[in-house]
Design a protein around this ligand. Structure first.
Ligand code: GRF
Length: 203
């Protein structure tokens, strides 16, 4: 079977992109990264993509009048590469209804908390401030809200008494790097279906 073609959108460091690229480099993995797009010119994610020979493009938000126009530019850039799944990996912009509807049910995101706890920015800081004993990572489908879509996979990690935001983020990130390629694999194998809020994972 042809591998699933992915578009990855990233704004920064790109460690989740790297985990996806590494997974896709394995011959038996059922997906390949077709294009990487960023809203930040200096995003390290773009360099990581280029190092793997993957087309990488900065799409400058300042070139567009408003969010809807920017979203349409992203849609066009993605569609030029005929992709089956859009993966948000540290993409720091909220995508509007035009984008979400265009790729309905075919957008994933990774978030550094056990959603629905601590959506939005600085999830690890929120978890520490709240005093939870267990934090974690979530891969979910994207809907029109912020970190609200149906949950595909989650993993918990313990919060240690001496944790800083950095140490907790690093522990969570290891789980993100494991979960995201796994969720992509399940999607590529046609094993995910969504009923309301619930995602069924077929064996
Ligand atoms: C990750 O913690 C991810 O969960 C969040 O943004 C961060 C991106 O990290 N959405 P990286 O750019 O993949 O290293």
């Amino acid at each position: 079977m042809n591998p699933l073609r992915l578009a990855v959108l990233a704004s920064g460091r790109g460690s989740n992109l790297q985990a996806i690229l590494d997974a896709c480099a394995r011959p038996e993995f059922p997906a390949r990264v077709a294009v990487v797009l960023s809203d930040r010119e200096r995003a390290h994610a773009l360099a990581r993509a280029s190092a793997h020979g993957v087309p990488a493009r900065f799409v400058n938000p300042k070139d567009f009048a408003d969010r809807a126009a920017y979203d349409l530019a992203l849609v066009a850039a993605i569609e030029a590469h005929v992709v089956g799944l859009v993966c948000l990996a540290g993409f720091m912009r909220v995508l509007g209804p035009t984008f979400v509807r265009r790729f309905g049910g075919r957008i994933m995101n990774v978030h550094p908390s056990l959603l629905p706890a601590f959506p939005g920015l600085a999830a690890q800081r929120q978890a520490l401030d709240y005093g939870v004993r267990v934090a974690g990572a979530t891969v979910h489908f994207v809907d029109e809200g912020v970190d609200t879509g149906p949950i595909i996979l989650q993993a918990g990690v313990p919060v240690q008494p001496d944790d800083t935001e950095e140490s907790l983020a690093a522990r969570i990130l290891r789980e993100e790097h494991r979960l995201y390629p796994e969720a992509i694999r399940l999607f590529a194998e046609g094993r995910l279906s969504v009923a309301g809020r619930r995602v069924e994972v077929r064996p």
